[in-house]
Design a protein around this ligand. Structure first.
Ligand code: 5GP
Ligand code: ZN
Length: 143
């Protein structure tokens, strides 16, 4: 299937590339939340945060930390968001895993969603449900 980020990684499509090495490529988002909004992607196609192998994810994370420092300083940003949208309702539109680096300023808009509160005993129930999956996945985590 045609993937716009694979095309950028393979230089079949143009992008404003900031940095690349054998494994990752960082380029400006074409529709920035703030100027300097950057995407960091693995060169190899993986759909999302759960399907990218650990060792490749590590490389993307290392590069994201490196590039985020450069974006923050060059844009004179007061902070930044590192975001990964996974799945439709989370806002993923390109199904090639990536991190967003979004420079943020003191004068900025507020990205916080409307927050919920847990009812009596509900926090424990939610935690129990998640813990049951955490133990199911332990072998994968330990690799
Ligand atoms: P997602 O919505 O999947 O988290 O993020 C995808 C991002 O890729 C969006 O912010 C979108 O603006 C950006 N994007 C989509 N197509 C292109 C493109 O062809 N070039 C660049 N540079 N960015 C793109
Ligand atoms: Zn791809």
């Amino acid at each position: 299937m045609e993937c716009v980020f694979c095309n950028i990684a393979e230089k079949k499509a143009e992008a404003e590339i900031l940095f690349e090495d054998d494994n990752i490529i960082a380029f400006l988002d074409i529709q920035p939340v703030n100027y300097g909004h950057t995407l960091v992607i693995p060169k190899k196609h993986h759909d999302n945060f759960l399907t990218i192998p650990k060792d490749e994810l590590q490389k993307v994370i290392n590069a994201t930390q490196y590039i985020a420092g450069a974006v923050k300083r060059s844009m004179n940003a007061d902070g930044f968001n590192i975001v990964s949208n996974n799945g439709d309702p989370a806002g993923q539109s390109v199904y090639h895993f990536h991190f967003h680096i979004i420079p943020r300023f003191n004068s900025d808009f507020n990205l916080k969603p409307k927050l919920k509160s847990y009812g009596e005993g509900a926090m424990r129930e939610y935690a129990d449900e998640i813990r049951s999956f955490v133990s199911k996945y332990k072998d994968i985590y330990n690799g």
